[in-house]
Design a binder for this molecule. Sequence first.
Ligand SMILES: CC(C)(COP(=O)(O)OP(=O)(O)OC[C@H]1O[C@@H](n2cnc3c(N)ncnc32)[C@H](O)[C@@H]1OP(=O)(O)O)[C@@H](O)C(=O)NCCC(=O)NCCS
Length: 191
Amino acid sequence: MDENTAISSKPNSKEQRIDLTHISLRPLHLSDLDDVMVWTTDEKVPKFCTWELYTCEEDGINFIENIATKFVWCKAICLEDQAIGCISLTSYSEHDRCRNKSVELGYVIGSKYWGKGIGTQAVRLAVKAAFTEFPYLERVEALVDVDNVGSQRVLEKAGFQREGVLRKYLFIKGKTRDMVMFSVILTDPHV
Ligand SMILES: CC(C)(COP(=O)(O)OP(=O)(O)OC[C@H]1O[C@@H](n2cnc3c(N)ncnc32)[C@H](O)[C@@H]1OP(=O)(O)O)[C@@H](O)C(=O)NCCC(=O)NCCS
């Protein structure tokens, strides 16, 4: 199986499903560095993301100290307190005041843990936290590459609505990408 097939095909680890009550979100600490280095150096992970594979511990330290802290909200996705991924909310209101009622959701999980329901659970927890911790918010959105089938499925399972495809919307890793816009809004029944 080549790398592309491995990424786009459905993970086959249902038999190893974990107890999702063991999944939690908490702030990232420098003591998580070894765990952060696992997913940031995992070549399957950043294929559809804007960031490049990390190559040294300084990259991980920079992420924890300078990048994660710049998001509106950024948490480690933890399995029994081990940071196996990360989930964040970005605000664009600094540059566009018309967007101060919405944030964009992003998330990554180390490939060893894919296909166990963790992504869906983390997104559900993040949406709940977003509307609770930021009462002014009306919308959480997520932009997903049309080829990132797993991420689209996660959002659908977590109750996001697929709004449509934004053609040639983002230039990532040398390619102009068609992106699917998903959202959940405050008045959606499950929020
Ligand atoms: C996207 C990502 C977070 C998914 O996490 P996950 O924990 O594997 O997701 P879940 O286990 O909750 O899967 C939810 C559903 O998507 C399906 N799915 C997951 N990955 C899939 C894939 N690559 N292809 C097809 N379906 C996939 C699962 O089978 C499940 O569906 P089902 O319950 O109907 O069988 C993870 O693959 C990841 O970190 N990818 C790299 C970073 C990334 O792309 N981030 C998103 C940027 S927008």
